[in-house]
Write a protein that binds this ligand. Structure first.
Ligand code: RNT
Ligand code: ZN
Length: 418
């Protein structure tokens, strides 16, 4: 009943709630495997600290330590989130059988066969990321290292990742977004800023010389402003990544992570700026607090604004590849994963419940006062009733209900992990 009333209230603003619900149901949003184990992966010693300027803080019980535990946790999360999740793996999550461990430059599709089965059984697509951090071959640089052997190792890793991405796309019948991010940079004032960037550019050229079908494998270049321990200089800065993508638009797309800019810059405003030039872009949705802290995504103003820009720029029609990228080890990881995913679903639904054409028309007629009034009034429409309806249509628990599932899983499963 409350949904029917909500629907009428939205109709007064020329918004069709049924249409919004049916659109959102099939929008792929990538679910990052790394929230489940604090970005550790399975190919290196988990007791070694993360490198590359990223950090997880907290020591909540129940970190997934094996592929089986991580998959079980992902299954639990997927019972709690509405929409169409797509897996997002890092190369460090390769699954080795018996004695077949290989280093990252030698990874093969077979090391991801178990993930392919996991995805197939659940009807999921899969994105992929070469892992250029937390590894003994970071010297500390990777693709921008002056050391030929180091660079070669990481280029081979990048090429192997293209082959694995092609395999994932082929097997799962959905494009695979393959994101290149390195934490390469310096803690203090560099003596040469250009050299590493030229080497990085040439290394990406080599990686992308590996053959792939750009309709199926979509390499991305992710930029960053700084990281912990690499405060003074980041090789893959915004200008570097954007220029690379612009000059190689037949081979790759730019990726923006909303934790990777100065705090007064907003990615919501950058989305239409890039879409004026690129056919496709990719996003990492996170929540930075004062730095790239990767807090769990909330249903907050900037998250809603990012979603509004995705929706009104036609991003849901294949122009914006959406992935989540946050990791919090201080709270129940299943709750963190679920809450961030649900909040981004909320933001997308909220965005789909905007009278986009009407707002544009008001702007174009210079009715800016009315535009201002309407945009603010839209905020207090009965959004919660439409959200509940969406969760119901997707067969997923409502707010307040899903957390009981997490508590039970913590008692039954997580608390038993050593
Ligand atoms: C780091 C980048 C990068 C990673 C993941 C794990 O600042 O955002 O995307 O978070 O690849
Ligand atoms: Zn990111």
């Amino acid at each position: 009943m409350s949904y029917e009333e909500a629907k009428k209230k939205y109709a007064k603003f020329c918004v069709d709630t049924d249409a919004a619900i049916s659109t959102l149901k099939s929008v792929p949003v990538s679910l990052h495997c790394w929230q489940g184990d604090d970005v550790r992966g399975f190919d290196t010693d988990p007791s070694k600290p993360l490198t590359g300027g990223i950090q997880t803080t907290g020591n909540y019980l129940g970190r997934a330590r094996t592929p089986e535990e991580l998959m079980a946790d992902l299954d639990e999360v997927m019972t709690l989130i509405p929409g169409t999740p797509k897996m997002n793996l890092h190369a460090s999550y390769a699954i080795f059988e018996g004695n077949d461990w290989v280093d990252r430059d030698k990874l093969e599709p077979k090391h991801f066969a178990k993930w392919v089965k996991f995805c197939k059984d659940r009807g999921l697509g899969c994105d992929f990321n070469p892992t250029f951090f937390s590894h003994p071959k970071c010297d500390p640089l990777t693709l921008s290292s002056p050391n030929d052997d180091t660079r070669k190792f990481w280029i081979e890793h990048g090429k192997a990742s293209i082959r694995i991405s092609s395999y994932l796309a082929e097997e799962l019948g959905q494009p695979c977004v393959m994101n290149i991010w390195t934490g390469d940079g310096f803690k203090d004032v560099p003596g040469d800023r250009l050299g590493p960037r030229v080497r990085y550019r040439e290394a990406i050229d080599e990686i992308l010389s590996e053959p792939y079908d750009f309709k199926k494998v979509k390499p991305c270049i992710e930029s960053k402003v700084f990281g912990i321990g690499v405060e003074a200089y980041t090789v893959g800065s915004a200008e570097f990544a954007l220029s690379y993508a612009a000059y190689n638009r037949d081979k790759c797309i730019p990726l923006m992570d909303n934790g990777h800019y100065h705090p007064t810059e907003v990615v919501s405003d950058k989305i239409p700026a890039l879409l004026a030039f690129f056919d496709e872009i990719a996003l990492h949705v996170t929540r930075p607090i004062r730095w790239d802290s990767d807090h769990v995504v909330l249903f907050d103003d900037e998250t809603r604004e990012i979603a509004r820009e995705i929706v009104r720029c036609g991003g849901l029609k294949g122009r914006v590849n959406i992935a989540l990228d946050y990791f919090d080890a201080s709270i129940n990881r299943i709750a963190a994963w679920t809450m961030g995913y649900r909040n981004f679903q909320k933001a997308l639904l909220f965005a789909l419940l905007q009278p986009v054409d009407e707002l544009k028309a008001l702007q174009d007629k210079s009715e800016l006062t009315e535009l201002f009034v309407v945009q603010d009034e839209l905020k207090t429409l009965p959004f919660g009733d439409v959200w509940d309806e969406y969760c119901g249509v997707c067969g997923k628990p409502l707010d307040r209900e899903w957390f009981k599932g997490v508590q039970k899983y913590e008692a039954d499963v997580l608390s038993k992990r050593g």
